[in-house]
Write a protein that binds this ligand. Structure first.
Ligand code: ZN
Length: 210
């Protein structure tokens, strides 16, 4: 598995480029910004982007998706429960002082039980509402790797005070789905350093049982 992680944009969203070493097929997850640098990584590994997957419709995760689609021809996938948030991209841009990226068109909704593929690589889609209604995580079972979006961070969890957020839902998602994954699963959060399921289960102040 080729896996490059690039922190993009002013909020340093972790954008993942994941590619199959044999077929050179790839997916890009959360191209929030800095699409030229993302494309440099794609070219460096001689990859062909087949899917653009967005973990949720916050501007720092989806802002560069249309530019990447124009450059690669790959479809953009997002859970339909976040379509309403997509219509608020200019409001979101104003919150963080970014230029509005214009309309983002979604090619297909992905939800629980779906999988996304790049060559022989496959990730299960986990619908994990709470940070937003349409938040998803992507679990690469053979590699034991979770792309967590803004649902889980090293030592913290996603904020739930923005439109569509729910503390109860994120806690349910974390306990019922995310912490159900194997201990050794590597977690790639939407921002900040990598972690593991075991580490977060043992030390994340939002998750440890008192
Ligand atoms: Zn977010």
């Amino acid at each position: 598995m080729i896996h490059e992680i690039l922190a993009v944009g002013p909020l340093q969203c972790n954008c993942s480029v994941i590619g199959d070493e044999k077929t050179r097929e790839a997916m890009v997850i959360d191209p929030g910004d800095d699409v030229e640098q993302v494309l440099d990584l794609v070219r460096k590994h001689n990859l062909q982007v087949k899917q653009i997957v967005v973990t949720h419709a916050h501007i720092d995760h989806v802002g560069g998706a249309m530019k990447l689609r124009r450059a690669t021809g790959a479809p953009i996938l997002l859970n339909q429960n976040d379509y309403a948030l997509l219509k608020m991209l200019d409001v979101q841009a104003a919150w963080i002082g970014m230029p509005a990226p214009g309309n983002v068109e979604i090619d297909r909704s992905i939800g629980h039980g779906d999988s996304v593929k790049a060559g022989s690589l496959s990730a299960d889609v986990l619908h994990t509402p709470g940070h937003t209604e349409g938040s998803i995580c992507l679990y690469f079972a053979p590699e034991k790797k979770l792309i967590a979006g803004d649902t889980l961070f090293a030592g913290s969890i996603g904020r739930t005070d923005l439109p569509g957020g729910s503390y109860k839902k994120i806690m349910d998602s974390l306990h019922e789905q995310v912490l159900a994954l194997p201990d050794e699963t590597v977690v790639v959060p939407g921002h900040g350093p990598l972690t593991s399921i075991a580490k977060e289960r043992d030390s994340n102040p939002f998750l440890v049982k008192s």
